[in-house]
Design a binder for this molecule. Sequence first.
Ligand code: TYM
Length: 329
Amino acid sequence: MDTVLSGIRSTGNLHLGNYYGALRNFIRMQHENNCFFFIADYHSLTTHPDPKSLHANVKEVLCEYLAAGIDPEVATIYVQSDMKEVIELYLMLNMHAYMGELAKTTSFKEKARKQPENVNAGLLTYPTLMAADILIHNADKVPVGKDQEQHLEMTRKFARRFNNFYGVEFFKEPQAYNFGEELIKIPGLDGSGKMGKSEGNCVYLCDEPKVIEKKVMKALTDGGPTGPNAPKPDYIENLFTILKVVSTQDTYDYFDEKWNTCTIRYGDLKKQLAADIIKVTSPIRERYLAISQDEAFLHKVTTEGAEKARESATKTIRSVREIMGFKPF
Ligand code: TYM
């Protein structure tokens, strides 16, 4: 049985990108694998250190995981900061991670550009903490979106480096995973690159249907195709990319055909897109509202999850300490 791990930073509500990039894939795997899904609250400190909202943000993400369908009876759900063993592995991996390679990471360069007043060491070592999250359970597969590919590559590099340095075959080399298909990138509704919390272009899983309709109807379009079978400009392609994941193949083909024959009406496309997004998100939103009231359930899920996660993490740390030469007196 493979070990699967994934996580999402607790920096606000989850959006369609989080769902289709990571969460849904994880849910599809939970019954056949040994699954860990965690809330990356330490990671949130690199950009959002705010004691007033930290706990509420963790709770939101936790409730969204549960509402989307992670079953705590089957998979282990835990909060990163409830499993302190990960910090020890983070420290150890940092001793074998180099300034140059960390500073070259796309995510670091992007964040350093976005928050030049706060280029902290946590941002620089973000990939080692992420590697520690994965290696602490010696995961085989990591369901993530396309934007995390580079971090997974670095995780494999750190695992290999550790094994080579200490002359062991201890850490596995985990693979970014999407059922043998290309990793997904859900685009934003503003015609730009990816849907992202900091880009302000998201449809959130808990958005009210009316809000979703409004966001979709406002998406950038143009005067229509310039001729039969014309290539789609990026902002139109983006709408089709989202349609592909939320709708049926028939619906996708119908609008593709309309595009190719220059008979497309963007209003119809957007109406269909909004309706299909709402079909996916409505049940999640409804379950979310119920789950977020149930404090006893949330307490049970997180305490039991932390216990199971720590059991797995303790085993890894014990071996790593031994390999590195730590010995009790
Ligand atoms: P985060 O919180 O930015 O995103 C969580 C997951 O959602 C995916 N994702 C997307 N997928 C497709 N299209 C998009 N527009 C989109 N936006 C986000 C991300 O690829 C990710 O899978 N560093 C991670 C959190 C993390 C983690 C880990 C993940 C920390 N440790 C260990 C896996 C394993 C992050 O910031 O993801």
